[in-house]
Design a protein around this ligand. Structure first.
Ligand code: CA
Length: 377
């Protein structure tokens, strides 16, 4: 078994990195693995494998990394086949440039998993996984499986769903990302909160997985392995070298907003906040009566209350905050306290709208959107 130092090779010769397209099969059945099976113990220190009988991460140094060429910028997606994504959010915890490609020494197969923290439920729009092919590797393809796991006490728990994919056309000696947005994957619904996304790939493929070692991620990664195809998986090992894996997740949160209430059109500007962001809202009662919400209880330059039937009975708190200096967006927060169907619109000066709604008879959900309007609007 061979271990290597954490040294990085760099080159300025990298051109555009190929973007990839994947194809392939239908979802696999989720496996009944809870990650609690234990295998060989692992000891790693400073990136060196100390115990030759155990597995540890090794760098694949024949894959060159150029931190200056916008490594991830060249990644493109294959043709979308699923959800239209007006409010798709891309989650990544890497800094865009990998420092290394790694795999597990002596493993038959390994899995790297990363946590994603979703503010609310949504539909997957894409999964990105970035592999490296060594200079002496004659196979440009890698087949892999990616698995969504529920969170279990800050680790990957029971699997939600698993999919197989193949990245083809990896460039020799370089890193390449595959973006998976097949129709089956883009039907995957995720709850809000923590979800884990693991990538399993065969060690005998020779491929390494891209790691970020100087980025803003951290404390959200685990890896495990198995020594033969039928062997149990090891327990999850806490990542100690990488700050993030190059596993990215696109989620369409807008897709979970209830559809517009029928025959209910907001027609009246009720609140006008800083920046000329206007709030309008209508509601619909169970017997079909439609009305416009009303203001006048209390409002400031960036938040206010709305009521339906009695001015003493506030139904909704709305806020539009200037988050431009934080992330380049205006933020919209809505806290309804009603079970009625409604349509609530926030309208930007350029006419762009942001909507929230509710299904009749259901306790309405709060919504906190820190990417509601770009600040150029
Ligand atoms: Ca980096």
């Amino acid at each position: 078994m061979n271990s290597s130092s954490v040294g990085k090779k760099r080159s300025n010769s990298l051109g555009a990195l190929a973007a990839l397209v994947l194809a392939l099969s239908s979802p696999l059945a989720a496996e009944n693995e809870d990650g609690s099976l234990s295998g060989t113990s692992v000891r790693i220190y400073g990136g060196h494998v100390l115990d030759e009988d155990a597995a540890g991460k090794e760098d694949l140094d024949s894959i060159l990394v150029d931190p200056g060429d916008g490594w991830m910028a060249d990644v493109a997606a294959s043709d979308p086949t699923g959800v239209v994504s007006p409010a798709s959010t891309g989650y990544s915890y890497d800094d865009g440039t990998p420092e290394a490609f790694t795999r597990i020494t002596g493993a038959h197969e390994q899995e790297y998993a990363q946590r994603f923290r979703l503010p609310r439920a949504g539909i997957v729009t894409s999964v990105t996984a970035c592999f490296g092919r060594q200079q002496d590797d004659d196979n440009p393809d890698v087949a892999f499986i990616f698995v969504f796991y529920r969170d279990s006490g800050g680790r990957p728990g029971s699997p939600l769903a698993a999919y197989s994919a193949t990245v083809s056309g990896l460039a020799r000696g370089k890193g390449t990302c595959g973006v998976i947005n097949r129709g089956d994957v883009t039907s995957q619904r995720l709850d809000g909160g923590d979800v884990w996304l693991g990538v399993q790939w065969p060690n005998w493929s020779g491929k390494g997985f891209a790691e970020d070692r100087n980025g803003p991620g951290g404390t959200r990664n685990f890896w495990r392995y198995r020594s033969a195809s039928q062997s149990p998986w090891s327990s999850w090992n806490t990542e100690t070298v990488a700050t993030a894996y190059f596993i990215r997740l696109g989620v369409d949160h807008e897709a979970t907003t209830p559809p517009p209430a029928e025959d209910c059109t907001p027609t009246t500007t009720l609140l006008r906040f800083d920046g000329d962001y206007e709030v309008s809202m209508c509601y619909r009662t169970p017997d079909g009566q439609v009305g416009q919400a009303k203001s006048g209880i209390w409002a400031s330059a960036e938040s206010g209350l709305l009521w339906f039937f009695s001015r003493d009975n506030a139904e909704v708190l709305v806020k539009v905050l200037d988050g431009c200096s934080h992330n380049g967006y205006r933020w919209v927060f809505v806290a309804p306290v009603t079970t009625l169907e409604f349509n609530l619109l926030v309208t930007a000066p350029d006419g762009t709208t942001w909507r929230h709604g509710n299904v009749q008879g259901v306790t309405a959900s709060t919504r906190s959107d820190t990417r509601a309007f770009r600040c150029s609007q």
